[in-house]
Ligand binder design. Sequence first.
Ligand SMILES: Cc1cc2nc3c(=O)[nH]c(=O)nc-3n(C[C@H](O)[C@H](O)[C@H](O)COP(=O)(O)OP(=O)(O)OC[C@H]3O[C@@H](n4cnc5c(N)ncnc54)[C@H](O)[C@@H]3O)c2cc1C
Length: 290
Amino acid sequence: MQEMRYEAPKTLAAAVALLAGASGSARLLAGGTDLLIQMRGGRVEPELVIDIKGIPEMTSIVAENGAYRFGAAVPCMALVEDKAFGKAWPGVVDGANLIGSIQVRGRATVGGNLCNASPAADTVPALIAAGATARIVGPNGRREVPVEDVATGPGTTSLAKGEIVASFLLPKRPPRSGDAYLRFIPRTEMDIAVVGAGINLTLDEAGVCSHARVSLGAVAARALLVSEAADALIGTKVDAEALKRMAAAVSAACRPIDDKRGTKEYRIKVAGVMARRAAQIALDRARRKD
Ligand SMILES: Cc1cc2nc3c(=O)[nH]c(=O)nc-3n(C[C@H](O)[C@H](O)[C@H](O)COP(=O)(O)OP(=O)(O)OC[C@H]3O[C@@H](n4cnc5c(N)ncnc54)[C@H](O)[C@@H]3O)c2cc1C
């Protein structure tokens, strides 16, 4: 077993310098709920582990003129317990609140969930539906990237060497907006999504859907943004017919695998059902807001 160096920088710049300057394999450590399991299983053996939980801008939740910025190393439980955040973005909280157990959520972060790049990651479809952008900081500066463009496939991301996801920005919400995330798992607790569906929508004063985003998890190599499904909702009162067309567009977009949790055909069918149910919750939430 090789020696491992552990660093806990206090600034983002120091973390980037360590990661970019590493000559051997290096990994960021956020909550460690994926990384430590991979290390113990021998799947990764980093020479350098950089703990990012002590970096203030990566561990804070800040309201910015109606928008929200939260650090990539904020534990899911902190998002779940932030009442104002939960009022603004209940669907994002739905995703964060489904990760593992309360103990896991006390450690697990949204940045880790995204960068581990599992197609079934529960926070990712909710963030994509929300229109979230990731702030990525690296040796060549800073860039803002839509969340749907970060994971590129199972276990792979678009991050270049030395780059870190620093934080996420959730845009200011118009009135009458609501979002929701639902997943299907074969057990009642602690399982990986067979299908996940995130929906975000806004209604105009007449109750007509003026904006929508639909995202799916676990039905392709990475989470999908399904614009055809959103188009089926926009311009409607999100009635039964619109939901049926949205569910059909969702099923048509799925490119799932067969595995022990479900066949392709099963996932395609369940995706439509989950999306329809999530849209109904998002609609109810939008109607409750002024
Ligand atoms: C018992 C158990 C149950 C679980 N249940 C679920 C579940 O229901 N749903 C689900 O989606 N996941 C689940 N997970 C997986 C895991 O908890 C999540 O993926 C979690 O969000 C990972 O976050 P973390 O902070 O622990 O990541 P870490 O393990 O610290 O990091 C994961 C990967 O991302 C990289 N990374 C971390 N932060 C950054 C960053 N800011 N920038 C760039 N790279 C970064 C790390 O280097 C590492 O490669 C479960 C895990 C366990 C152990």
